[in-house]
Design a protein around this ligand. Structure first.
Ligand SMILES: C[S@@+](CC[C@H](N)C(=O)[O-])C[C@H]1O[C@@H](n2cnc3c(N)ncnc32)[C@H](O)[C@@H]1O
Length: 221
């Protein structure tokens, strides 16, 4: 059984990735108004992320197709049953992870997003993919929504929200990560503090850059 490459999920992902490619920043006035320097500053800000992502609320900002496939393979290969995701957007990454849960025999995926319009689109996509029963979307700032009621033993954490918050979100989830848990951080080069932490020999992780823009880390104990 392979949920990722069969109907209804495969054609749904084809459509969502095609839409994501067509939604360039040039079509969003709030995005074109930002210089590259300002965009980088906002992406790394611990205080301006609400306004930044609010201005980009019509953009999917999704993982690449390659990263999506990687997410499915990692979650499927490790037999993940409990997954946490920071940054839902339209649920493109969520669909890959939930498909792995389905093929692993079931499980629980907690994801979080503060933009209500994005949550509505994510819910519709999860329903269309036949995966809504596996996913709990927590509405609000992840600093709050991931602060309580997490599974005791988390297999996989995807970090794909405000980059500057990666260290804080890892700190919230860390005590729930089982030995061998994987953490995938997208665009982690925008979070030097996070990279310093997971790459420090004393941190309790093995960590390596993977592909162009992903940091893959494993909890050791
Ligand atoms: C890069 S997009 C996520 C893309 C998604 N993982 C995918 O591949 O389909 C980042 C999302 O995180 C949300 N976000 C950023 N910071 C957040 C926070 N502190 N709490 C909740 N959501 C946040 C943004 O609104 C945005 O939709």
């Amino acid at each position: 059984m392979n949920t990722l490459t069969t109907t209804p999920l495969a054609p749904l992902l084809d459509r969502l990735f095609a839409e994501a490619e067509a939604t360039s920043p040039a079509s969003i006035p709030a995005a074109t108004a930002l210089s590259p320097e300002e965009r980088t500053r906002l992406m790394r800000s611990k205080t301006d992320y609400l306004a930044f992502y609010g201005a980009l609320k019509d953009m999917p900002l999704a993982v690449s197709r390659e990263t999506g496939t990687l997410l499915y393979m990692l979650a499927r290969g490790m037999g993940a049953r409990a997954i946490v995701e920071f940054g839902t957007s339209f649920a493109i990454s969520t669909l890959h992870l939930a498909a792995a849960l389905r093929d692993n025999g079931g499980g629980r995926l907690i994801t979080t997003e503060f933009e209500p319009s994005k949550i509505a689109r994510a819910q519709a996509n999860l329903a269309a993919g036949g995966l809504a029963d596996l996913v709990e979307i927590r509405q609000g700032d992840a600093l709050k929504t991931l602060g309580a009621d997490l599974p005791d033993s988390i297999d996989l954490l995807l970090l794909d929200g405000a980059k500057a918050l990666y260290p804080e979100i890892l700190a919230l989830v860390e005590s729930h990560l089982r030995p061998g848990a994987l953490i995938i951080a997208d665009n982690a080069d925008h979070s030097p503090d996070y990279l310093a932490r997971v790459r420090s020999p004393a941190s309790g992780y093995l960590s390596t850059p993977f592909a162009e823009d992903v940091e893959l880390s494993m909890r050791l104990g």
